[in-house]
Design a protein around this ligand. Structure first.
Ligand SMILES: [Zn+2]
Length: 164
């Protein structure tokens, strides 16, 4: 799953989740991505802010809460895409995401821009096994996935955004 910051023709900004970058391109080309505010389907990617990502597979123990939160966010995102009332779906999505962000913040170590490096170190056993989150570009995230490190992207945490 990848989260994009998107803009419609009227410069409404919103976030949406996609399976991968190809899925976004395809759905946008077919007019399947719509602005939750006005329904416009001329959607483009906003300048990419660094994604906050948590490496799911580096967990010491399975966190049921986290899994549930991620699944809820994915479901809300898919409702948003599949024609549920866009306003309502967007609201649900934002609520779920904000819960997920809190959860990540409470249970994962913040590693900032060292995210990709640290995720690799944990994956290879060179660093302590733990959940981490931090900033990664979409390229870094793709690379990590290619290396078999499972990473999820969530919208940037509000307080970290202010800290920047
Ligand atoms: Zn719009």
């Amino acid at each position: 799953m990848i989260c994009y910051q998107l803009l419609c023709e009227h410069d409404h900004e919103f976030e949406a989740w996609f399976r991968d970058s190809t899925a976004f391109d395809e759905q946008a080309a077919h007019g399947e991505v719509q602005c939750p505010f006005c329904g416009n389907d001329q959607i483009r990617k906003a300048v990419m802010s660094p994604a906050v990502a948590s490496a799911k597979d580096v967990q010491v123990r399975t966190s049921a809460d986290q899994k549930t939160a991620i699944e809820a966010a994915e479901k809300a995102a898919s409702d948003m895409r599949s024609g549920a009332d866009p306003q309502e779906a967007a609201q649900t999505f934002m609520e779920v995401v904000s819960k997920l962000q809190k959860h990540v913040e409470n249970t994962c170590d913040y590693v900032g821009e060292d995210f990709a490096e640290e995720a690799r170190a944990i994956h290879s056993g060179d660093a302590e096994m733990r959940d981490i989150y931090g900033e990664a570009t979409s390229e870094e995230t793709e690379e990590l996935r290619d290396e078999g490190i499972e990473v999820i992207s969530i919208p940037k945490l509000a307080d970290k955004e202010q800290a920047n």
